[in-house]
Design a protein around this ligand. Structure first.
Ligand code: NAD
Length: 427
């Protein structure tokens, strides 16, 4: 079978390579020339365990990448994997890339092939945006369309693509059958959604559930702090030996998906009480970033701040800076007039420099030199071995946001990072 994948970003490239490894012939298109150049050298443009090895194995054989699909090739299906970001400065999703991606298959699409939407979209987008567009393009009243959302975690995508149950859907039984035929060759089990909208919503529920779940821990932690009490200790007490409480530890929550999916879910939702509930989770999680920035300004004597853990998460390791809470915190501190040094164990220094917020440092020691405070902002496993000696400073204020720096003494955490005005405790 032959697949055409539109977009070779995180989702498109990992799926393309997993499909090539499962025996599909895969043609991927990408509009970013840097990504195509890096693929010519057998490299992904991001860090993903096992991916470069598989690219090397399949490049030029089962996997081909270019700016356009080759004419004359007989495709069985196209998979749209382009981004669905929020419009700049708003919380409204931008589905413009999806329209352009559908448009890009015009020369090789005749209406008989399956078109699978894999990007995360608001309920109804596949039916109301993609299907009419395809009908117009091929001039046929009946087209075959599926919504099969991506649910892998960055850093373990290759492993999860071949293990997670795949949610599939179709606008008719033929489309559903075609989607099933494709995904059962890649993953061991598929889950048939009752409609395109069920598949769209299931994906949004997965991510929004995580967002809200983390928000509970963050909300409790911040509320404990208004009493001058370490919220992490209280959450530990509440959870210990008590299976009915499983409160998440506090932590920053964002990344390229969680920062937007609650907005994509609520974007076209009819008025109902769950809207405020869902969005309050997002607000709590982003308010923790404000709290951390305010705290470090209050605590550190000067304004030189080292930020380490710039990628949006440390475990599984990723180089991805998109939607990173650490970048959001850096932006806030930069706007407050701080001088920043940026460090990460996996993110690429040139991408950190390109943020224009501060100098990218190759080592933690370099980042800490002359700094008043160090904020450890993700949970990369390399922090566990770091000592104060490694930082080159005995008295630098350290916020260990994920409690991963067991060997550094006298650190602050998100639990005892008391906000200005709360140090005195409850009145
Ligand atoms: N990153 C993840 O782990 C993840 C997980 C689940 C779902 N998703 C969802 O999947 C979608 C894609 O996410 P992503 O992280 O892969 O985004 P991405 O930005 O990394 O990848 C999209 C790629 O598509 C390319 N592109 C855009 N328009 C194109 C066109 N017309 N033709 C060819 N290429 C085009 C872009 O240049 C980019 O490289 C989003 O809706 C996202 O919410 C992402």
């Amino acid at each position: 079978m032959c697949l055409g994948i539109v977009g070779l970003g995180y989702v498109g490239l990992t799926l393309a390579i997993a499909a090539a490894d499962s025996g599909f012939k895969v043609y991927g298109t990408e509009i970013n020339p840097k990504i195509l150049a890096s693929l010519r050298d057998n490299h992904a443009h991001f860090h993903e365990t096992g991916l470069d090895h598989l690219i090397t194995e399949h490049n030029g054989k089962n996997f081909h990448s270019s700016g356009k699909f080759p004419k004359g090739t007989k495709f069985d299906a196209f998979i749209i994997t382009v981004g669905t970001p929020l419009m700049a400065g708003t919380h409204e999703p931008n589905f413009g890339y999806i329209r352009q991606a559908v448009q890009s298959i015009r020369e090789v699409y005749d209406g008989s092939q399956l078109v699978i939407l894999r990007s995360t979209v608001s309920a109804g987008t596949t039916r109301n945006v993609v299907i009419p567009f395809l009908r117009d393009m091929c001039g046929k009243p009946e087209v075959f369309v599926s919504m099969c959302p991506e649910r892998t975690v960055e850093g373990r995508a290759i492993e999860e693509l071949t293990h997670l149950p795949q949610i599939i859907s179709g606008n008719n039984s033929e489309a559903l059958g075609m989607a099933e035929d494709i995904f059962t060759r890649i993953t061991p089990s598929v889950l048939r959604a009752g409609s395109l909208e069920e598949a769209e919503l299931a994906k949004l529920f997965c991510n929004t559930y995580r967002d809200i779940n983390f928000a509970v821990g963050n909300a409790f932690c911040l509320s404990a702090q208004t009493f001058g009490i370490d919220g992490i200790n209280v959450i530990r007490l509440a959870n210990e030996g008590y299976s009915r409480a499983n409160i998440a530890a506090p932590g920053f929550v964002a990344g390229p998906c969680l920062e937007k999916d609650a907005y994509i879910l609520t974007h076209n939702m009819k008025e109902c009480p769950s809207r405020d509930f869902i969005l309050s989770g997002r607000n709590i999680n982003s308010s923790l970033e404000d709290a951390a920035a305010e705290w470090v300004m209050h605590k550190a004597n000067g304004k030189v701040i080292a930020l380490s853990g710039m990628a949006f998460k440390g475990k599984p390791e990723t180089s991805d800076l998109r939607g990173s809470p650490s970048v959001n915190i850096a932006r806030k501190l930069y706007a407050m007039g701080c001088e920043l040094r940026l460090h990460d164990f996996a993110a690429y220094p040139d991408e950190m420099d390109d943020l224009g917020l501060g100098r990218a440092c190759r080592t933690l020691r370099e980042a800490c030199e002359g700094a008043d405070a160090l904020m450890i902002l993700n949970n990369h496993e390399k922090y566990s071995g770091i000592t104060r000696e490694d930082l080159g400073s005995e008295d630098i204020t350290v916020l260990d946001a994920w409690q991963v720096c067991g060997k550094i003494t006298g650190t602050f955490t998100l639990g005892n990072m008391l906000l200005p005005g709360t140090e005195g405790g409850a009145e």
